[in-house]
Design a protein around this ligand. Structure first.
Ligand code: TRP
Length: 444
């Protein structure tokens, strides 16, 4: 069947902001805060930054190179650039996108709910009970469906009119919100306690391999790597973009947002003496402790709370559209479906698949441990091996952006020899963790 010519981004800025939109999400605000709290504060943040530079950036560049060189969705790209033996990697990417969005939509649904609640009723009452009541069951499903509906509507609009326009509009809003909230948090009486916790430097902790693996895992999740989201976005690029510069910009902005989010979350929590809630539950940090802080602030808390959850919602939405786009573009490429058919069917199926996560929190943790962790590491390993060892013109494709510098061979070398062994270590820990989650589910 003859297909319409491939869409393209309207501008380089549009592409960068769409990729930033994919990267900046719940991972920067919700996941980053609790992973940092669990793994030793500032020392962990440093390690995380190192992982971002030495593993995250090379892999992001690899995804960009494969996407731009093939101009295809993941399902088709590996086959076109190599042979059909690499097709399962594309299939893994699509499966990851499908599964991650299934539970991501549920968490985003909570965010919608909390944003609405801030404005309408505020957060009086028992925070833990409220979270349990809202996070699963009919309520969770309703708001998940609502969020997925908006995600589907944007992806229906296509690359330029849907995804790019949304990102150009929403990303600046998100930066303003996060910086503004961090400045506000600075004025709180107990802010210093929060900073002290955030910047405590327990250097002994980062020598632990499980901490290294947590830092690497956080880097993949936060940069949206390992499942073809960046690959797919790059497949809509023109030939002349400077990929190394763009990927550095994306990674730095993503880091900055996470770092600043820490500057807002920790003072919020510590000013109100809520640190126990952070260590007690991973999701708790955001959905239990922070609303308690807003409740203590009275009416002002309702406004601050709304802005906080709005920032989170904006991040979640632009990430969700990238997850959906991976699946949609693969259906368009491989089955020749129209965007409309692909988006409606994929979006609907993913929403249904999220139901287990909306029914029990354990279902959600298991999906996160498997798809959000193991699959991403395997996918990142696959793409590193593909670009390092199999793809022929990887270096030339990078040079096409008009730049040639000494780092390009270093990049290829590290994809061949440095990144894969590191990823194997990370994989070991994430598989063990996933096994633990599954055992927990079955009460073992
Ligand atoms: N990076 C997003 C976040 O931080 C989540 C996300 C979007 C993602 N697309 C992805 C994670 C692709 C892994 C792969 O919230």
């Amino acid at each position: 069947m003859a297909q319409a010519p491939r869409e393209q981004w309207g501008s380089g800025l549009g592409f960068v902001l769409a990729a930033v939109g994919s990267a900046v999400g719940l991972g920067n605000m919700w996941r980053f805060s609790y992973v940092t709290a669990e793994n030793g504060g500032a020392a962990f943040v440093l390690l995380y930054f190192a992982m971002l530079l030495f593993i995250g950036l090379p892999i992001m560049l690899s995804e960009f190179v494969v996407g731009r060189a093939s101009r295809k969705s993941p399902m088709q790209a590996f086959q076109d650039l190599a042979d059909s033996r690499w097709k399962p990697l594309g299939a893994l990417f699509v499966a990851s996108g499908f599964l991650i969005l299934a539970y991501y939509g549920v968490i985003a649904g909570w965010v919608v709910r909390f944003a609405g609640m801030s404005l309408l009723t505020g957060f009086e009452g028992d925070a833990g009970e409220r979270f349990m009541a809202i996070s699963t069951g009919p309520d969770a499903i309703l708001f998940q469906v609502l969020f997925m509906g908006v995600t589907i509507a944007i992806v229906l609009g296509g690359i330029k009119k849907g995804i790019e326009r949304t990102s150009l509009l929403l990303m600046p809003l998100l930066f303003v919100l996060v910086v503004g909230l961090a400045l506000y948090a600075w004025t709180l009486p107990g802010a210093a306690e929060g900073y002290r916790f955030y910047f405590q430097t327990d250097f002994a902790s980062i020598l632990d391999l499980s901490v290294l693996s947590a830092a690497a895992g956080q880097a993949f999740f936060s940069l949206s790597l390992g499942m073809g989201a960046m690959l797919t976005y790059a497949s809509y690029l023109g030939r002349t973009d400077n990929l190394p510069r763009q990927s550095a910009q994306i990674a730095l902005i993503d880091f900055a947002v996470a770092f600043i989010a820490g500057l807002m979350v920790f003072p919020f929590i510590f000013s109100f003496g809520l640190q126990d809630a952070v260590s007690a539950s991973t999701v708790g940090a955001l959905f239990i402790a922070v609303p308690q802080a807003f409740a203590a602030l009275g009416t002002l808390g309702q406004v601050i709370g709304f802005l906080f959850f709005l920032a989170l919602l904006v991040g979640a939405l632009t990430s969700a559209i990238s997850l959906l786009e991976v699946v949609v573009s693969s259906l368009i490429d491989t089955l020749g479906w129209t965007r409309k058919k692909a988006t409606l069917l994929a979006g609907g199926a993913i929403t249904l698949f999220g139901l287990p996560a909306a029914i029990t929190l354990d279902g959600l943790s298991v999906m996160d441990a498997i798809a959000g962790d193991v699959f991403l590491v395997v996918g990142s390993l696959g793409i590193a091996l593909f670009v390092g060892w199999r793809m022929k013109d990887a270096e030339d494709e990078l040079r096409r952006g008009g730049l040639d510098f000494g780092w390009i061979p270093v990049w290829r070398f590290s994809l061949k020899f440095i990144v894969p062994p590191l990823l194997l270590v990370v994989l070991w820990y994430s598989v063990n963790n996933a096994i633990g989650e599954v055992r927990g589910l079955f009460g073992g």
